[in-house]
Design a protein around this ligand. Structure first.
Ligand code: PLP
Length: 277
């Protein structure tokens, strides 16, 4: 079952107009929200970020927080799986003419949920590979927009090269991943790009920082260079579906001789405890 514009229907019955601005222009925003033990994880944070994205592109939020909570709970009621990943998209709606500018429209709301397949700690400890590419995205990466062509092209490149992620850099500074935030540990200190128009402020990013604090790791929210990335003691990426994943190889070169390092384990364990709290 999926949710489309106020109705719970079978996915193969869910259709939208070709005049939907989400289809014509990628004119919409979205959220991906994890569910653990049948509980929606950090729903309020996701709803706050959704509101910020909507405000940035002038789409009216069709529901208040309680209504969102009720819709999502009802949708989850159709699934047995305790671990889910909710995909929620709001486009500006359907217009009668294809025109870049817009009038007041009724937003199109689509929500689906699918099993969240998280990797075990043991599987994560094997470490993963990434490649790097210039960050050629626009200067509003803080908006969780459905216009994702650069992210799509880079993710396809990662798939073709059989690596986990593409790490992006702008002016020689690491920004984030094509679908994740990026962290390094250097001399016991955690570095990650500050929240700005150049990154999406990940909900998991905040949880990584919360977990690092609990592990007494000093945190520097400052950008860091590509050479610092390559000489990091540890490198991780984070997202709602991947959680916190150690990267041990970048552009074919090993990070920390291919060892995942000591800090990741503590931060990962604390994050797991937050999920189960
Ligand atoms: N940055 C980008 C570009 C993303 O696409 C994502 C997630 O899809 C993230 C960061 C991580 O965000 P979150 O932790 O909220 O999933």
């Amino acid at each position: 079952m999926v949710f489309l514009n106020g109705e719970f229907i079978e996915k193969n019955q869910a259709h939208i107009s070709v005049m939907d601005r989400g289809f014509l222009f990628g004119d919409g925003v979205y959220e991906v929200i994890p569910v653990y033990n049948n509980k929606i994880f950090r729903l309020n944070k996701h709803l706050l970020r959704l509101q910020t994205s909507l405000d940035s592109v002038k789409i009216k939020n069709p529901y208040n927080s309680k209504e969102w909570g009720d819709i999502l709970s009802k949708l989850l009621g159709f699934y047995n799986n305790q671990e889910q990943s909710i995909y929620l998209q709001i486009s500006r709606g359907v217009s009668d003419k294809r025109k870049h500018s817009f009038n007041d429209l009724t937003p199109t709301v689509y929500i689906e949920s699918s099993p969240l397949l998280t990797k075990t700690k043991q599987a994560l400890q094997a470490g993963f590979a990434a490649i790097t590419q210039p960050d050629i995205r626009w200067h509003r990466c803080d908006i969780k927009s459905t216009s994702l062509l650069v992210n799509v092209m880079y993710s396809q490149q990662a798939k073709e090269k059989n690596v986990e992620e593409v790490i992006l850099h702008r002016d020689n500074q690491v920004t984030e991943g094509a679908t994740s935030n990026v962290f390094i540990i250097k001399n016991g200190m955690l570095f990650t790009h500050p929240t700005s128009i150049h990154i999406l402020s990940g909900i998991t990013r905040d949880l990584v920082l919360e977990s690092a604090k609990a592990c007494h790791i000093p945190i520097k929210e400052t950008s860091f260079s590509m050479s610092k990335l390559n000489t990091a003691d540890e490198l991780w990426i984070s997202s709602s579906t991947r959680e916190i994943m150690p990267i041990t190889q970048v552009d074919g070169k090993l990070i920390n001789c291919g060892n995942i390092g000591n800090v990741w384990g503590c931060v990962y364990d604390y994050y797991q405890s937050l999920k189960n709290a």
